[in-house]
Design a protein around this ligand. Sequence first.
Ligand code: HEC
Ligand code: HEC
Length: 271
Amino acid sequence: MLVKTLLWTATLLLLAVFGARAETALERGAYLVNSVLACGACHTSDAPGAQPFAGGRRFVTIAYTAHAANLTPEKETGLGNWTDEQLIYGLRNGKRPRGSTIGWPMPVASFSALSDEDVKAVVAFLRSLPEVTNKTPRSTYRKPLPASYGPDVTSVTSVPESDRLAYGRYLATIASCTYCHSRPGEDGAPDFKNGLAEGGREFRGPWGQSLAPALTPTAIGFYSDADLKMIIRTGMRPDGRKLLPPMPIAQFAGMKDGDVEAIVGWLRTLK
Ligand code: HEC
Ligand code: HEC
């Protein structure tokens, strides 16, 4: 009897979690990773014929030379030896199973906001990738990395999609809009408290230099909602000027209408 009741409770819970959304955890994970979290913008090499998520992109700044790791389930060179729990903990807290810190520019401050449901979906998707053997070089950092990025994040409740403002803020956080577009604090992490969406992070690359501008109403108020949707998904401004990298346009192109709208709606409410 007890077993039966437990089984029923489990079934009902599953229905409550997945029933409301007509998509499986794997589908949700694929959408998040490919079109919102933009893992592939860094973890896929830009060399022709490179295997998706098998690592290889190199970031060179004055402060570091970093190599984005292989995220496929291969055991020696990928994430095959990490348990699901270790991967979930690592994404949110920027830690490897043995305790070392995962370094810049991995946007840990974005992923620490991932809800329990969404972070599990991300892991389900990563586990479904074909195994690829590709050993990426070790990253080097001039200054030692912080021992931690903040208090341990172990559980985050889901933000209901029906709460459009809260959901817009959630998406803008996990999609790293606020990571790149907030003023960096002294430690290099985005200062969400005093500089939220106020702009100021600088990037250098083969394209030269770019600066993530403020996304506050004073800064982007002259764009219509349709303009902003176009900029975010195509990287093209209404006057035809293309955005410089590294905003992950190729990934955001697949973002659902309702999700871009929720982000824009939230940006409109900023001070
Ligand atoms: C802006 C670029 C960027 C994005 C976006 C990004 N990463 Fe990373 N990631 C990196 C870099 C660079 C490293 C290597 C850091 C180091 O060597 O300390 C890394 C390291 C990691 C590691 C540690 C792997 C290991 O073997 O040590 C994991 C796990 C990881 N990323 C997963 C993800 C996932 C999942 C996503 C999307 C949800 C993601 N990353 C998005 C740049 C990025
Ligand atoms: C990896 C960093 C990065 C991420 C993530 C990112 N952006 Fe950007 N964004 C930039 C940079 C850099 C520019 C400036 C490009 C240029 O100078 O042409 C920019 C430009 C923009 C612009 C154009 C502003 C103007 O004044 O014309 C908008 C709007 C924008 N981003 C919105 C977003 C939103 C919304 C998200 C999240 C869905 C996002 N960005 C995620 C780096 C980023």
